[in-house]
Ligand binder design. Structure first.
Ligand SMILES: Cc1cc2nc3c(=O)[nH]c(=O)nc-3n(C[C@H](O)[C@H](O)[C@H](O)COP(=O)(O)OP(=O)(O)OC[C@H]3O[C@@H](n4cnc5c(N)ncnc54)[C@H](O)[C@@H]3O)c2cc1C
Length: 349
């Protein structure tokens, strides 16, 4: 991985700190701030809390992140019977709090300034300003929505954005996949392990996915294509029963029975806040190295905001733990470095 030098400054810079503190009264100084409270953030909170760093988690407006939208999680180790997303979030939160993590609920970071190095300046939507010696960014990602009637209502009850997570629930059933890119085809192929039939609904008459994936999809007997068509509505009662389809060429509208709808029309990392501050790849994911370091020393990132490959609770948790351990080591090294520097007395000190 290549790291740009853009914005790479740093050391715990005492004059920058006092300059920043001078910006406003009541600036709250923290050793570690974790932005986001999904699995990556709550795990980073647990690890930094157990390292006595007294972390502050700025939770965002969705405590628990995407997990809180998940009806049932069966692939997180340690819970052989599975559990609901809400239950997992509550357990992760309680565990982090038990060791002293503080979680600021219903509050999102709206501005950051990482350009002067540590301590880093942040502001939340209630106007509070913070300085943090180290920052761990875990703001996650958002699956693109179709924004059609029924989608929100049936999320977790037949509408899914993750075949790895939910494919198992559709054994011997019929499912519709929406999309025509690589991930739509990859996930459709994965779904054929469980589903009886997989219909790919695509708005065009050809796919955007790579040639090999296309060949594999066309060769699979369980996969069928519905071309030039969009989903206009998801229909059901307690669960999904059908999708309302519109053919864009003929205008024909019909209700097509199905047991599930998997939507793969893209995934966006929530990284806009860090534009111009942290290095991002062509898709907007934050660039990190194996130690979860961003291009700014002292700022770490974990979970889906920097991972477009795995996108699971278990992997996000692992990355959150790694980022916390790296942040702890970085703070220890730099605090020792600072302590060993000779103290020069300013004229008016
Ligand atoms: C419907 C659904 C079902 C899923 N099922 C499973 C499953 O069964 N098994 C599995 O392993 N994975 C599943 N996943 C994927 C899993 O939920 C994600 O991989 C995981 O949540 C990613 O964790 P994260 O901490 O990186 O980010 P997220 O969970 O996306 O959390 C991001 C956090 O950042 C916060 N945030 C965002 N912006 C700001 C800001 N500006 N300031 C402060 N906070 C901010 C949000 O409020 C949120 O708390 C599912 C996902 C979905 C959507």
């Amino acid at each position: 991985m290549t790291m740009s030098n853009e914005g790479l400054s740093l050391t715990l810079n005492a004059s920058a700190r006092s300059e920043q503190v001078a910006r406003g009264e009541g600036v709250q100084h923290e050793r570690v701030i974790i932005i986001g409270s999904g699995p990556a953030g709550l795990t980073a909170a647990l690890y930094t809390a157990r390292a006595n760093l007294n972390p502050l988690v700025i939770a965002g407006h969705e405590l628990g992140g995407q997990v809180s939208l998940t009806y049932e999680i069966e692939n997180y180790p340690g819970f052989p019977q599975g559990l609901s997303g809400q239950e997992l979030v509550e357990l992760m939160k309680a565990q982090a709090e038990r060791f002293g993590a503080r979680i600021k609920l219903f509050s999102a970071v709206t501005e950051v300034d990482f350009s002067k190095g540590s301590p880093f300046w942040l502001k939340t939507d209630d106007g509070t300003e913070y300085l943090a010696d180290a920052v761990i960014v875990t703001v996650g990602a958002t699956a693109r929505r179709l924004n059609v009637p029924g989608e929100k209502e049936f999320t977790g009850h037949g509408v899914s954005y993750c075949a790895t997570c939910d494919g198992f629930f559709f054994r011997d059933q019929n499912v519709v996949v929406v999309g025509g890119g690589d991930s739509a085809l990859e996930e459709a192929l994965f779904l054929t392990r469980f589903a009886k039939r997989v219909d790919i609904v695509h708005r065009r008459d050809q796919l955007r996915a790579g040639a090999t994936l296309q060949q594999r999809a066309f060769a699979n007997d369980k996969i069928h294509f519905i071309w030039d068509t969009v989903v206009e509505e998801i229909i059901g009662d307690e669960k999904v029963r059908a999708v309302r389809l519109r053919n864009l060429k003929t205008g024909e509208v019909r209700d097509y029975p199905t047991d599930g709808v998997f939507i793969f029309i893209g995934h966006d990392p929530n990284s806009d806040l860090f534009k111009g501050q942290l290095e991002r790849d062509e898709f907007g994911y934050l660039v990190t190295d194996r130690l979860m370091r961003t291009n700014i020393e002292g700022v770490f990132a974990a979970g889906e905001v920097q991972d477009r490959i795995y996108r699971q609770v278990a992997t996000s948790v692992g990355q959150g733990a790694a980022a916390a351990m790296s942040a702890e080591r970085w703070l220890a090294e730099h605090e020792a470095e600072r302590a060993s520097q000779p103290h020069t007395v300013a004229p008016n000190e």
